[in-house]
Design a protein around this ligand. Structure first.
Ligand SMILES: [Zn+2]
Length: 221
């Protein structure tokens, strides 16, 4: 069971539809693995619904209802409402959280690019604003290069585990770091670690190895 969750502020923003699309995907994926957050989101949605009921009605434009219905059909909205995730289509990777299956309909990518002695990355999508959605794989016992961040980065552990200065992260755990975090994740010795990541700004390595890998990371992005 997940120990590290999105903050309540973040869940509130997600419930209100006020987070970046890629961040919303990470929260949806975490929630599909975490009953605690599913329950919190159900409560937040209930509160949001009650607040809406008490708002003074205003006249809506003629296409508002169609726009709302279209929005509610989006998978991440269904997930946010605490409904069960869509059944996984045949052939999808059984260990992937349902919200990630659309990104990886063929299962996990076969090609990862090495960006450190123990670290490999498979870029899944680069959004128009430069946000990078990716998978990171750390070899069992491997250390990633020490790095800081120019913006927010979310990590969701899918398989295995890793630790940094702040704790141990296991499957389902959700970690949000920002430009104040300078850490060196290390995979547990007994198992490779696979993480889903959303980088809302490019990574910048700070250790001596950074000058070698920064250009590679930039090239990947
Ligand atoms: Zn949670």
């Amino acid at each position: 069971m997940a120990v590290h969750h999105p903050s309540l502020d973040l869940l509130q923003a997600y419930s209100a539809g006020n987070v970046h699309q890629a961040l919303a995907l990470a929260i949806a994926a975490h929630s599909s693995m975490c009953s605690v957050c599913r329950q919190r989101l159900a409560q937040l949605n209930e509160i949001g619904g009650t607040l809406l009921e008490n708002v003074t009605p205003v006249e809506l434009s003629s296409n508002s209802w169609q726009a709302l219905q279209a929005r509610l059909q989006q998978p991440e909205v269904l997930q946010r409402q605490g409904e069960k995730a869509e059944p996984k289509p045949e052939g999808t990777h059984s260990s992937l959280p349902a919200p990630l299956n659309k990104l990886m309909p063929q299962g996990l990518p076969k090609k990862f690019t090495r960006i450190g002695w123990s670290l490999r990355q498979a870029t899944l999508k680069i959004m128009n604003d430069g946000t990078v959605i990716a998978l990171h794989h750390i070899r069992a016992g491997g250390k990633t290069p020490r790095h800081t961040h120019e913006g927010q980065e979310v990590t969701l552990v899918l398989e295995g585990s890793f630790s940094d200065e702040n704790g141990l992260y296991q499957p389902g755990d959700f970690l949000l770091v920002d430009e104040h975090t300078n850490h060196r994740p290390t995979a547990s010795k007994n198992e490779d670690c696979l993480c889903f990541t959303v980088q809302l700004a490019p990574l910048k390595l700070t250790g001596p190895i950074g000058k070698w890998f920064n250009p590679i990371i930039r090239a990947l992005q």
